[in-house]
Design a binder for this molecule. Structure first.
Ligand SMILES: [Zn+2]
Length: 328
C-alpha cells in the first residue's frame, strides 16, 4: 500500500470520509476514502500500489467476448447493444463533428462499433486481452491491447478522446489529461463518464453505494473536483450530464440495495466477478416466478423515477463531462 498526497492540489492534509470493503473480488479488504482538506478531492488513501492493484483485477470476465457472441446477439444492460451504445454515444454525437475518436478502456468495443457505423474513424485501447481480441477479430475494430500509455499516437491525431467509466481507475489522472491534451487536435473534445460522488444514491447508501467499487476506483469525483482537474489541465467544461440508469437496466440503485441486503445476510454474495455481462451462450437462467418478476418490475419502476428526478437535480449516479481545450 502507498500513501499519496492530493493529486489535484498537492496537499498532504486530508480527513477520512468513508470506509468500505472490496465487494467484487471476495478479498474483504477494507479501504478508506479520504477528502482533501485543501480542495475536497476524494480518493482512496492509502491505496494499493502498482503491484498490488493486479490482485483486484483478476481473471478477465468478459463472457460476451470469451464466448465470441456474434454482434447480432449482443445484449448490454438488458437491451440490444445498439440501445446502450446509443446512450453512451449521446454526448459524442451531440458534438456535431465526425472525426477520429480514441476510446480509452473500450472493453469489447460496442461503443466504437456504433460510432464506426455512424461514420467515425475509431480507435480503442483496452487492457483486457480477451475483450480487445474480440473487438479486433469479431467486430473488426482498430483496438490495441494495453494501458493508456504516453506517445502511442501522434500529436493532434484525435478529434475526441473518450473515457467511459475508466477515468476513476487511473492512478495518475493529471498525467492522463496531459497526454489527452497532446493527442487532441485544436478543436478536440474530451468526454469523461464517472460515478458521481455527490449523487443522491451515494448519500443514501454510503459505503454500500455501487459506485465505490473499492479499490478499483481510486478517485471519487464530483462535478466540482473533476471540473477543477480539467481546468488545471487546460480544459474548459462545456457540458455536464447526469444518468442514473442505462437502457433497460436500473443497475446503480438495484446493486446498492443488493449490497445492503448482502451485509444483512439476506442476499448471496456474488459468485462471479462483476464487469462482464453474460451472453446468450452462458447457461440459460431459470424462468423467474411471477412474484419475483413483479417485484423486479416494481423495483425498476420505482428506482427509475427516483433516478430520473436525481438526474435533473445534478444528483444522478453517474455523470458525463464534455470539455474542450482552452483558447477555442
Ligand atoms: Zn487537494
Amino acid at each position: 500500500m502507498e500513501t499519496v498526497s492530493c493529486a489535484l492540489c498537492g496537499s498532504a492534509a486530508f480527513s477520512a470520509a468513508l470506509t468500505g470493503k472490496d465487494r467484487d473480488w471476495g478479498s474483504g479488504d477494507v479501504f478508506t476514502i479520504v477528502k482533501c482538506d485543501g480542495c475536497g478531492l476524494a480518493f482512496v488513501n492509502p491505496r494499493p500500489d502498482k503491484n498490488e492493484l493486479g490482485k483486484y483485477y483478476p481473471a478477465e470476465n468478459w463472457s460476451r467476448a470469451r464466448n465470441r457472441v456474434p454482434e447480432s446477439d449482443a445484449i448490454i444492460s438488458g437491451a440490444p447493444w445498439t440501445a446502450a451504445a446509443a446512450e453512451r454515444a449521446g454526448a459524442i454525437i451531440r458534438l456535431g463533428r465526425k472525426g477520429r475518436i480514441l476510446d480509452v478502456g473500450c472493453g469489447d468495443g460496442f461503443l466504437l462499433l456504433y460510432l464506426a457505423r455512424a461514420g467515425w474513424d475509431c480507435y480503442g485501447v483496452e487492457p483486457g486481452g480477451v475483450a480487445a481480441a474480440y473487438a479486433r477479430e469479431v467486430l473488426s475494430l482498430k483496438v490495441s491491447t494495453g494501458m493508456f500509455e504516453k506517445g502511442a499516437y501522434p500529436a493532434g491525431f484525435f478529434s475526441v478522446v473518450n473515457f467511459h467509466h475508466v477515468f476513476e481507475h487511473l492512478s495518475d489522472p493529471a498525467g492522463a489529461l496531459e497526454e489527452v491534451s497532446r493527442l487532441l487536435d485544436k478543436d478536440g473534445c474530451l468526454v469523461i463518464s464517472v460515478p458521481n460522488f455527490d449523487s443522491f444514491d451515494r448519500r443514501l447508501f454510503g459505503n454500500k453505494w455501487v459506485g465505490l467499487k473499492l479499490p478499483q476506483h481510486l478517485f471519487h469525483y464530483t462535478r466540482h473536483t473533476l471540473g477543477a482537474f480539467l481546468e488545471k489541465a487546460g480544459f474548459e467544461v462545456r457540458e455536464v450530464g447526469y444518468r442514473s440508469y442505462e437502457a433497460a437496466d436500473t443497475m446503480y440503485y438495484s446493486e446498492s440495495v443488493r449490497h445492503c441486503l448482502q451485509d444483512l445476510g439476506l442476499y448471496p454474495l456474488k459468485q462471479e466477478p462483476s464487469g462482464g455481462e453474460p451472453g446468450p451462450a452462458a447457461p440459460a437462467a431459470e424462468k423467474k416466478p411471477l412474484w419475483k418478476a413483479s417485484a423486479h418490475f416494481a423495483e425498476r419502476l420505482f428506482f427509475k423515477s427516483v433516478g430520473f428526478a436525481a438526474d435533473r437535480l445534478g444528483l444522478g449516479s453517474g455523470m458525463t463531462v464534455v470539455a474542450r481545450k482552452h483558447g477555442h
